[in-house]
Design a binder for this molecule. Structure first.
Ligand code: F6R
Length: 606
């Protein structure tokens, strides 16, 4: 996730671009840059680090420019650096491009373009776009963009400018947001509405496949076939605060809704049709993969619960012993590790102190370390031997949602990768096929939101709640209960459903909410007995299960039906209603959802 802006009109472009980027910094902040047209040529300034670094460098320069594009980056391909920052230029330095999204086939395109003599200077996928426009350019910028789009695979919102077309910008969108702002005599481009609110409230919201040809104060929108389209102007009535959250009441809710996109990006380009995966950044030889004797999963909090899902599935699929630890314990329990151990470290921020220290511990013991993290260039990413990036984009709410889901998706990708390398993955096609369906299934589950809001009203007045599940449902129960605790301050506990009768059952009273996860086909009967146990003690049971599991639905007081996802993939779907349940319970209890008390987003102390 990155932010892009563009301006074309009579006013100085630089302050408008910079202010737009300030408002888009929540979409990414590891580097920023702008390109403007001045004196007949393109001037580009870009800097690694937050936008402040670019701003102090600009220092009032380029004041005469009236057209430009800008970008604030959340690195995916290539670490955060000056050279990888956008905009990117073609070989002539007369075409500049900014891009949000992922070009899945950039490696093939890069090779083809390099063979034709194009020179690349960055590690990004975006740079191919500038060279493709150059390749297709024959005097008409818009036509060059039209010719480029069909060769791209992946997602993009992009803005293109050329020194040879000083009064034009071209924007295009596929699976990443892009809006065109309209005002008298001037036109804007941006990833999101807040960037343009100081200048205009009238926008065209581009749809997938649409291309916008922009001249001062005028916009023509085309569909993917190059036919002109008439579009309705969208007038924004939100205030700035609401606009930054995309119209959602909280960042957490926005991030919950971003999950289909986050999943698509995390799987993009990595999953092949034949069940094989390509994980750049993970470089096991078949011999190294075959020599692995144990996996040690290390993480904290939500990331640890994603890791527990990983334990269940790596053991089940790879038949490889897996341990899981919270990082704060791992370091001090003198774990037994050697060069045949894979240390698997999971961290959204990549900076959690205990996780980082555990990573170092594992490396010292001779283990290879693979990190799953959301932040390119983070400490964990730099120090690990292998990295899988979750392409969730910046997570702003303290309670992790989209990062968790993409960590889980990455664990499936890792299982596929190791299975392939260890030459035993008869399940690969089924898992790969199922993974492809996940973003749509998560979209389906999000439609349960109104019903979940109602159910949250039933839970909110209580002071205690319990989550139960078996097999892969158990770690998801733990994550559901953590979400509820941390944002609603309601005491919640998760139990392996078979454990209840060894103590916890004593806490169940008349009306106690019990959230029962029943998605694991082979464990349904056992789960049913556990539901009956709590019902017999007066619990109010909310069950999450696939449609058709009638015995469960007959027993429960309320049911949320999940799409027909295979048991092994259920954790990537079941967690979403639990996130919404926690969210709406917290709202009903009047809590500060995005900034729960006593907590911080990144825990850099032990
Ligand atoms: C809970 C939550 C935390 C983090 C934990 C680890 O919603 O977000 O439990 O998962 O602090 O943080 P990272 O993943 O940054 O290492």
């Amino acid at each position: 996730m990155c932010g892009i802006v563009g301006y074309l009109g009579p006013r100085p472009a630089v302050p408008i671009l910079v202010q737009g980027l300030e408002r888009l910094e929540y979409r990414g902040y590891d580097s920023a840059g702008i390109a403007v047209l001045e004196g007949g040529g393109l001037l580009v300034e870009k800097r690694a680090g937050k936008l402040a670094a670019l701003k102090s460098h600009l220092n009032g320069n380029m004041a005469g420019a009236q057209v430009g594009i800008g970008h604030t980056r959340w690195a995916t391909h290539g670490r955060p650096s000056d050279v990888n920052a956008h905009p990117h230029l073609d070989c002539t330095g007369r075409i500049a491009v900014v891009h949000n999204g992922i070009i899945e086939n950039y490696q093939e395109l890069r090779q083809e373009l390099a063979a034709k003599g194009h020179r690349f200077i960055s590690e990004t996928d975006t740079e191919v776009l500038a060279h493709l426009v150059e390749e297709f350019y024959a005097g008409d910028l818009l036509q060059a963009v039209f010719k480029m789009l069909p060769v791209l695979r992946g997602s993009y919102a992009l803005a293109v400018m050329s020194a040879d077309h000083p009064r034009e910008l071209v924007g295009a969108r596929q699976d990443s947001p892009l809006i065109v702002g309209l005002a008298a005599g001037e036109t804007y481009l941006a990833s999101d509405i807040p960037a343009l609110l100081p200048y205009t409230r009238d926008n065209y919201i581009l749809e997938n496949g649409e291309v916008a040809w922009i001249t001062p104060g005028e916009v023509t929108v085309y569909d993917a076939n190059g036919s002109r389209k008439s579009k309705e102007v969208f007038h924004v009535a939100w205030d700035l605060q609401a606009a930054e959250k995309g119209g959602y009441a909280h960042f957490m809710l926005k991030e919950i809704h971003e999950q289909p996109r986050a999943l698509r990006d995390t799987l993009a380009g990595r999953l092949k049709d034949d069940g094989r995966v390509r994980l750049e950044g993970v470089n096991f030889t078949p011999e190294e993969a075959a020599a692995l004797e144990k996996v040690a999963i290390i993480a904290c909090g939500t990331a640890h619960y994603a890791g527990m899902v990983g334990k269940y599935l790596l053991e089940k699929l790879l038949r490889l012993p897996v341990e899981d630890d919270v990082a704060s314990e791992f370091r001090y329990r003198e774990p037994i590790l050697n060069e045949h151990t894979l240390g698997l470290v999971i961290s959204q921020s990549g900076e959690t102190a205990d996780t980082l220290a555990s990573l170092r511990e594992a490396k010292k013991a001779g283990a290879q370390v693979l990190a799953i993290t959301n932040v390119v260039g983070s400490s964990v990413a730099r120090e690990a031997d292998h990295v899988i990036y979750t392409w969730a984009g910046p997570e702003i709410a303290v309670a992790s949602t989209k990062a968790y889901l993409t960590q889980v998706a990455s664990l499936y990708l890792l299982a596929l990768h190791l299975g392939e390398k260890r030459s035993h993955a008869p399940w690969a096609q089924e898992i790969a096929g199922g993974l492809k369906d996940l973003p749509d299934q998560v979209e389906e589950v999000l439609k349960l939101e109104p019903r979940i809001k109602e159910l949250a009203g039933r839970i909110a007045p209580h002071e205690h709640a319990f989550f139960i599940g078996r097999g892969l449902d158990y770690p998801v129960s733990l994550e559901g209960s953590l979400k509820l605790k941390e944002i609603s301050y309601l005491h919640a506990e998760a139990y392996a459903a078979g454990e209840l009768k060894h103590g916890t059952l004593a806490l169940i009273e008349e009306g106690t909410p019990v959230i029962a996860l029943a998605t694991q086909a082979q464990l349904l009967e056992k789960m049913l007995s556990n539901i009956k146990e709590v019902k017999a003690r007066g619990a109010w049971v909310l069950a999450l299960t696939q449609e058709g599991n009638t015995a469960v639905t007959e027993e429960a007081d309320a049911v949320l039906y999940l799409p027909p996802v295979p048991s092994i993939l259920a954790p990537a779907v079941t967690v979403v209603p639990l996130q919404l349940l926690a969210y709406y319970t917290a709202v009903a209890r009047g809590c500060d959802v995005d900034k729960p008390r006593n907590l911080a987003k990144s825990v850099t102390v032990e």
